[in-house]
Every structure is written in C-alpha cells, then in structure tokens.
Design a protein around this ligand. Structure first.
Ligand SMILES: CC/C=C\C/C=C\C/C=C\C/C=C\C/C=C\C/C=C\C=C\C(=O)SCCNC(=O)CCNC(=O)[C@H](O)C(C)(C)COP(=O)(O)OP(=O)(O)OC[C@H]1O[C@@H](n2cnc3c(N)ncnc32)[C@H](O)[C@@H]1OP(=O)(O)O
Ligand SMILES: Cc1cc2nc3c(=O)[nH]c(=O)nc-3n(C[C@H](O)[C@H](O)[C@H](O)COP(=O)(O)OP(=O)(O)OC[C@H]3O[C@@H](n4cnc5c(N)ncnc54)[C@H](O)[C@@H]3O)c2cc1C
Length: 642
C-alpha cells in the first residue's frame, strides 16, 4: 500500500531508509516539543536543524530528488515551516521557469548551493488577488539601463511573502513594469534585498516580519518597501519577456506565462494537503482504536470509540479523500511537469487547461482537507484540543492553503471561466472542440441514473452520475450568465450575479475529476489484496461524495429517492467493511513518530503514559508555584481573606 501511496516500491523503500537514518541522528530531532517553544525559539531551532541538514543532506537523501527533499523536510523541519521554505517552493521554481539560460547560470547554482536565500514577493498590503492592481512599480530608466523599484504608498508594501521578513536576502519581486510611461503589467524581477555579508537591508529597502499568524509561525512572512531602489535591466526575468537596452519590449508567448510559479505550487500543494489530512487522520484513528468510552452492548465491556458508526462516519470518508487527493495530486504533478517542459520550448497551448484544473483542485482539496482535519481533531474529544495531539497545528497550516496561491473562491471562478467557454462550445454545436477534461460536457447522458440497476458495473454508473450533475450545473450556470447578458446586463455584472452558481459548477467538475483519478488508479493496480482494500475505500468515496451532492441529482430526477436510500446503505456497508483496515490504511502512509510530532498519535499506542509524561514536561510544571501566583493571585486571595 505504501508503494501505491508514494508512487512506487522504490519511493516507499527510500522513505523508510530516510526515516531510519534520521532516527539515528539526534542532532536532527526537535530538542523539545515544538508546542513548548516560543516563536523565537522555534525559528532558532529550525535554523539550527536547517544548517545541519545543509551539511549532511547528501548522506541522507538524493538532494536532486524533490520527493526525497520533501520527505526530509517533513521529518526534520516539520510543517510549521522553516527559514528557507519559500526558497525551495517558489524562489527556485520561479527562476527555473522564468529566468533566461544566462540568468539561470548566474543565479541558480548560488541558490541551489544555498549561498543566497530567496523568496517570491508578489502580494501587497492592499492587493493579493487582483494582480492587475498591484502598486509596486518598476520604471525603466533609459539613461542608466536600470529599473527603479518604488513603493508609492503604504498599500503598495509587499506583505505576506514567506521568509521575506528576516531570512531572505534575495527575492523574485513582482512589479508593474513601466517603460516610456507605458505600463506593461506585472512582471518578475530578481532583487537583492540585503547585504550578502552583513545581512543588513540595503539602502532604499524597508523590510520586516508581519507578526504571528494562526499557524506556520516558523516562517517569517514579511513586508517590503522600496524607495526608488535601482536594479540592472538584466534583472527582469527574461526567459519569456525581454526588454532591450533601448526600452523595446518583447512580449511573451502567453500573457499569463509569468504566473507559472503560482501554478507550480498549486500543482504540488495537492499531495502536501493529502499528507496533512492523512497525518491528522492517522493520529485520530490510532487514538480511536485505543480510547475506550461507553458500551454498545450494555452486557459487554467499554468499546474502542472507533466501533461507533458516528466515529467511522466522521473519519473514514476523509481517509478515502486523503487517498483520492494523493492520487489526483500525483496525476496533476505529472501534467504540470509535461506542460512546463512544453512551455520552456515555446508551446503554451496547454496552459489554460492546466490553470483551470489546478485552480479547481487547489480550492476543493484545501477546503475538504480543512474539514477532514477539524473532524479528526473533534474525533479525539478533549485530547484533540490539546497541542499534544498536534492536530490544531496541522489544521492551521493546512487551512492556509485555502488562501495562499489564490483565494479559493477566486480560483473556482477562474475554473468557471473555462467551464463557461466549454459550455458555449457545447451550445454552439462544437463539442468536438472540447478538451479531454471537459469532453463529457458534450456527451448526451441517460435520463436517469442506473446506479442500483446494473450489478457489477464497477464504478461506471457512479462516474456517469457525477458527470451528469457536473454537466447540468455547468450548463445551467452558463445559461444563467448568457441569459443575463442577453437581457442587456454588462458581462462583469452578469458574471457576479451568477458567481455562486458558477462556483458550484467548478466544485462539481473538480469533484468529478477527483473521483475519476481514484477510479483510474484502482483500475491500474495489479496486487489483488491492495486492489481489494482500495476498492472498498473507493466504494465509500463515490457513495459518500454522491450523497453529499445528491440535491443536484434529485433536482431533475436523475436520482430517485430509492436510489438515494441505496447509496446511503452503501455508505454504511462500506464503513463496516473498512473498519478492520482503518488503522492500517493510515499506517500505510508510514509517517514516523518524529514526523507526526503527536503525543496522542504515536505508533506505540501508549496514549495515557505519553500524555502524562508530556504534561509533566510542560515549562509551567518546572516549579510548583508560579511567579504569576506569588505576584498577583496570592496577594489578591490574601487581601480578600482580610
Ligand atoms: C513530491 C512532493 C515534492 C515537492 C513538494 C513541493 C512543494 C510542496 C507545495 C506546497 C508546500 C506547502 C506549503 C506551502 C506553504 C505556504 C505557502 C507558500 C507560498 C505561497 C505563495 C503565494 O501565495 S504567492 C501569491 C499567490 N497569489 C495568487 O495566487 C494571486 C491570485 N490571483 C491570480 O492568480 C490572478 O490575479 C487571477 C488569475 C485571479 C486573475 O488574473 P488576471 O491577470 O487579472 O487575469 P484575468 O483577467 O482574470 O484572466 C485573463 C485570462 O488569463 C487566464 N489566466 C489567469 N491565470 C492564468 C494562468 N496561471 N495560466 C493560464 N491562464 C491564466 C484566465 O483564465 C483568463 O483566461 P480567459 O481565457 O478566460 O480570458
Ligand atoms: C500562509 C500564507 C502564505 C503566503 N505566502 C505568500 C508568499 O510567499 N508570497 C506572496 O506573494 N503572497 C503570499 N501570501 C499571500 C496570498 O497569496 C494572498 O493572501 C492570497 O492570494 C489572497 O489574496 P488577498 O489576501 O488579497 O485576499 P482578498 O482578495 O482580499 O480576499 C478577501 C475576500 O475577497 C474575495 N474576493 C477577492 N476578489 C474577488 C473576486 N474577484 N471575486 C470574488 N471574490 C473575490 C475573496 O474570495 C475573499 O473572500 C500568503 C498568504 C498566506 C495566508
């Protein structure tokens, strides 16, 4: 199963080897539990481990393999971030995709050797979503052949970029490029922010940390202002766009090609989210198989809480989602790598498809991951609320994904643009022009679902039902939009009036893709035992998801009330079937205790001993009487007694 999750036997074995090596290297372990550290201590601890890793990485992993790097990162540095999180996730990808060969030769080796630390500075205090209204300017000075970066007002301060505040000395900065008074829109520039020797901010740069956040606090998300700060012309990233010395602008082959670093993260973050969901579920499911509370049969002893159907219903559909996201994420990364290769050689024809797909997936996966993690926390009762479970930290980090790399509603609306265009093709009889991801929009569906009528139909009838509801909602939302425009409404106004319905279409389309990715994967599996276990999970997935969106299929009678009962019964049937495999389905992800950082979810299952030991190690328990008591509470009580 681990091979299925991580992509191959070799990958699963390498993960085990890496975890085993790290277990033998105490210098790479947290020196005390992270929840007992202040933010400053955590940042210091993370930097300590990061520098040891830089020295010893080659002994542990193949540093050129992103999957090994990611695993090493999760084990040693953890999900709260590190001083170079953005360096790997966005700075290097941005340089790789957007810098010319010559620029790459100059900067990439230095970045890879970690001579310099970089980030991606795009979002501003006043604007994150609407990139056309960013306010930072890069004005070309023909006389000196330099760009002058400037922050015209407070809302133009860069705000949020990870590791910008304190760690990075370079950044890819996105600014509106102005040449001879003409604004060419947002473009990426390589900018040095700090002196390489002293790490002091360079003159003309105002920079700092934006303060503590809901989670992810090891990362110094920062602010940045420029006061007429000059950089050479050749610091504009010039793989796709060029500016000649005389100010001549050579436009890129696709208007949005400069957005590729965002698409990179959207594609890669899906498996990151799956890992966070599976981690939280691993903790909750292990705990649920240890925790005994109440009886189902009063004549019997107390049961493990995992025996309760409500507990299973709370956890198991999310286990299925974690697998589904991992499989859909792996497919998306493959597609991304393919499109990136094509883009580098000038073929940009697949960019729109990839943008639509990653926009939808990023939104649905992050939202459902958040839901699943929060349910996992609640499934642990009181102990879930303790930082000993670590689930609240996992939640805080994962839920950030709903916002970063494009706010979810906004990204769903991006996919909706693509769906509406596809609907227009269907309506004008041009279905043959539909791309493979939306080809189903042009296929006539049966009048009713055959879900409970064709025994052994595999998952075909389910997929058809998801296709039906997605198609119907897309065409309905598109009709609503076109209808408003026909009535004379301006395009943007009509769009806004339909946007809730449009986003519903985007979610249904994306959920269909996730189901299909799961089906594709299960169909490929040769090992009969693995196939059987994953088929059960897939049964739960399709039935649970369909029930969740059933109103769309009931509206037009595609599903009947009796079919809904059938689907519901299937959910209960598969909850029971999955119960014996539940812990194994999560243990198969092979998270080490070091990586999980959860006292509640350790592999040994000694929940109560571990919790008591952890509580005793709390800094508050170093003394029996705290100074807050001697200084304030004791005098107050004494005064009251007088
Ligand atoms: C095995 C594993 C190995 C490694 C793992 C590695 C990494 C793990 C990954 C993640 C790690 C986990 C945690 C990371 C932790 C923290 C976060 C880190 C970083 C966060 C960074 C950021 O947040 S950076 C800032 C991100 N900002 C945004 O996303 C802004 C969102 N806004 C936009 O993208 C745009 O403004 C917009 C798309 C909403 C609109 O753009 P605009 O220019 O205004 O365009 P429109 O007029 O609306 O549209 C015009 C047409 O252009 C099309 N379009 C838009 N974008 C694209 C695109 N990217 N590609 C192709 N086409 C695009 C759009 O659809 C329109 O098309 P039409 O045909 O309809 O006209
Ligand atoms: C943990 C974290 C890490 C980050 N890291 C980075 C980084 O490294 N680099 C970087 O540059 N940025 C980073 N960001 C910033 C992030 O990319 C933005 O916050 C994000 O893109 C959302 O933009 P915003 O904050 O402007 O939200 P807003 O756009 O102001 O969103 C507020 C509300 O308005 C709605 N809304 C906005 N526009 C529309 C629209 N057109 N239609 C409908 N509804 C709309 C949204 O749906 C949302 O409900 C990070 C953010 C976080 C939380």
């Amino acid at each position: 199963m681990a091979a299925q999750i991580w992509g191959s036997e070799k990958r699963a074995r390498r993960r085990r080897e890496i975890s085993a090596k790290i277990a033998q290297m105490p210098e790479l372990h947290d020196s005390k539990p992270l929840p007992f550290m202040t933010r400053e201590e955590k940042i210091m601890e993370s930097a300590r481990k990061l520098t040891i890793l830089t020295e010893k990485m080659g002994q542990i992993i193949d540093p050129t393999d992103p999957a090994e790097l990611y695993h090493l990162n999760n084990e040693v540095l953890g999900l709260e971030g590190n001083p170079m999180a953005l360096h790997g996730v966005m700075f290097i990808p941005a340089l790789s995709a957007q810098a010319s060969d010559e620029q790459q030769a100059k900067w990439l080796p230095r970045a890879l050797r970690r001579e310099i630390i970089g980030t991606y500075a795009q979002t501003e205090l006043g604007h994150g979503t609407n990139l056309q209204n960013l306010e930072t300017t890069a004005t070309y000075d023909l006389a000196t052949q330099e760009f002058v970066l400037h922050t015209p007002q407070i809302t133009a301060l860069k705000w949020w970029p990870g590791n910008l505040g304190k760690s990075s000395n370079y950044a890819v900065v996105v600014a509106h490029m102005i040449i001879k008074a003409k604004n060419y829109g947002p473009h990426p520039f390589m900018v040095q922010l700090r002196d390489e020797k002293t790490h002091e901010p360079l003159p003309g740069i105002t920079i700092g940390d934006i303060g503590p956040k809901m989670a992810y606090n090891i990362v110094d998300n920062g602010f940045l202002g420029f006061n007429k700060y000059r950089i050479p012309r050749t610091n504009l990233l010039m793989r796709h766009t060029k500016v000649e010395a005389d100010g001549t602008y050579i436009k890129p082959p696709h208007a949005k090609i400069n957005y590729s670093a965002m698409v990179h993260v959207r594609a890669y973050m899906l498996t990151g989210q799956a890992i966070m969901l599976a981690s939280a579920l691993n903790i909750a499911t292990r705990y649920s198989s240890v925790r005994r509370q109440g009886q189902i049969d009063k004549s019997q002893p107390e049961v493990k809480v995992l025996e309760y159907q409500t507990q299973q219903h709370r956890l198991f559909p999310s286990i299925a989602r974690a697998y589904a996201f991992q499989f859909a994420g792996a497919e998306t990364v493959k597609l991304y790598e393919h499109v990136l290769k094509e883009m580098k050689s000038g073929n940009v024809s697949l960019m729109a498809d990839l943008h639509a797909l990653t926009s939808g997936l990023k939104s649905v996966v992050t939202y459902q991951t958040g839901e699943g993690i929060e349910q996992a926390r609640m499934a642990c009762g009181g102990h879930g609320y303790s930082m000993a479970s670590y689930i609240s930290e996992i939640y805080g980090v994962a839920i950030g994904g709903c916002t970063y790399e494009g706010e979810n509603m906004v990204m769903l609306l991006q996919l909706a643009r693509y769906l509406v265009k596809s609907a227009a093709l269907v309506k004008s009889g041009q279905s043959s022009k539909l791309g493979p991801l939306v080809a189903y929009l042009g296929v006539k569906s049966e009048p009713t679902s055959l879900i409970d009528r064709i025994p052994n139909s595999g998952f075909t009838e389910y997929v058809k039902t998801f296709q039906h509801v997605s198609k119907r909602q897309t065409l309905k939302a598109a009709d609503m939009f076109f209808g408003l425009m026909e009535k004379g409404e301006k395009r943007e106004i009509a769009w806004n009036k339909c946007s809730v319905e449009l986003n519903r279409a985007s979610r249904l389309h994306t959920r269909l893709f996730i189901v299909e990715a799961f089906v594709r994967r299960v169909n490929e599996i040769a090992d009969i035992r693995i196939k059987e276990a994953l088929t059960d999970l897939l049964h739960l997935h399709v039935n649970y998801e369909l029930l969740d969106i059933a109103s769309y299929a009931l509206e037009d009678g595609f599903l009947s009330a009796s079919q809904l009962d059938y689907i519901r019964d299937q959910v209960y049937l598969y909850l029971g079937k999955i119960r014996p495999n539940a812990v194994s389905l999560l243990d198969s992800w092979e998270f080490s205790d070091i990586e999980l950082r959860s006292v509640l979810g350790r592999r040994d299952g000694n929940v109560y001993e571990n919790l008591f030991k952890w509580a005793k190690s709390s800094p508050l328990n170093k003394t029996d009487v705290l100074s807050s008591v001697t200084q304030y509470l004791k005098p107050m009580m004494e005064k009251a007694r007088l």
